[in-house]
Design a protein. Structure first.
Length: 321
């Protein structure tokens, strides 16, 4: 089989996708913003139980053309994972919208022009379910309205970028599939913390004294990587979106904190017990039947993802105690 390309290979999800492909015996080419990240990526995939001998690392930046023609050369499959995920929302929405949209289109154009068979794009539940609807029940048929008043920059960027991707790929031979995860947790392979692991760290170290009032779906990073591979392999996945969310009810940060306290004892003694004041929020119902029934996907329980997130922080020496 030909080499497969993973963009954003050194990221939280990207490193798990690279490791999963290498464990499957695939040769992988991964893009990083700078080759200074190569050593960290190789260490991460080894931590994920993969042999990095089949890994090639190249530099390519989402906002520049340089490197993308070479990155897709000789590749039949592309997992486009790279996209900015902020801890806080920027003052200027274009700081997220432009890289998300233009970066996605740059990668897809390069893949299309190179004759790539299929691209599996990491989108987000933010592109699906941030426009309120009666019953707060969401499937892949739903779309966030990017022009909705008051919509934050991140969900707006994801909706705009995914719409642009489908428009671009409507004609041509390269197939597109999107994976739309809810909030991603689970163990990190890298000591460089992204937004998800920063939240878990804040729950554990006392930084988050009061839990934000939010209701959201949870999915394990390893299960999102697995869904990427399944979406690439299944002929019937072409042209479809797949929501990635664990089974069961959606959660809140105060509920995640309770899981940590119950399962980890002293390690989670500082996890918040109070939630910020405010009205009771609807608890969205997010369906994962398409991924389960069409692709045989079986996500881990939320409790497993949250506990193993904390344990990976501890094992990497990223907690102060």
């Amino acid at each position: 089989m030909n080499r497969v390309l993973v963009t954003g290979g050194s990221g939280y999800l990207g490193s798990q996708v690279v490791a999963a492909l290498l464990r499957d015996g695939r040769d992988v080419r991964a893009t990083v913003r700078s080759l200074s990240r190569e050593a960290g990526l190789r260490e991460a995939v080894r931590r994920g139980g993969a042999d990095d001998a089949g890994l090639e690392v190249v530099a390519a930046e989402l906002l520049a053309d340089a490197g993308w023609k070479e990155a897709v050369a000789g590749v039949e499959e592309v997992h486009h994972v790279a996209s900015p995920i902020p801890v806080t929302q920027p003052d200027d929405p274009d700081e997220l919208i432009v890289p998300a949209r233009e970066g996605t289109l740059r990668v897809l154009r390069a893949a299309r022009d190179a004759g790539v068979r299929r691209v599996v794009l990491t989108s987000s539940f933010a592109a699906v379910g941030y426009t309120p609807k009666p019953g707060a029940e969401y499937t892949e048929a739903d779309w966030t309205d990017p022009d909705m008043p008051g919509l934050a920059a991140y969900p707006r960027s994801k909706a705009i970028a995914e719409r642009a991707a489908w428009d671009l790929m409507a004609d041509g031979d390269t197939e597109l599939v999107t994976v739309n995860p809810t909030a991603i947790f689970g163990p990190t392979l890298s000591p460089v913390l992204g937004s998800s692991m920063a939240f878990i760290k804040a729950l554990l170290d006392g930084t988050m004294t009061v839990a934000p009032r939010m209701r959201f779906g949870v999915v394990d990073v390893r299960d999102v990587a697995d869904l990427h591979l399944r979406a690439m392999a299944a002929p019937q996945a072409a042209g479809k979106r797949y929501l990635a969310v664990a089974d069961g009810p959606t959660r809140s940060f105060v509920e995640l904190a309770a899981i940590l306290r119950d399962r980890l004892g002293d390690l989670a003694a500082l996890a918040p017990t109070a939630e910020a004041d405010g009205p009771e929020l609807p608890r969205p119902v997010i369906h994962n039947e398409r991924a389960r029934e069409e692709l045989g996907w079986r996500p881990r329980p939320v409790e497993t993802s949250i506990v193993e997130s904390a344990e990976s922080l501890r094992d990497l020496g990223l907690l102060d105690r």
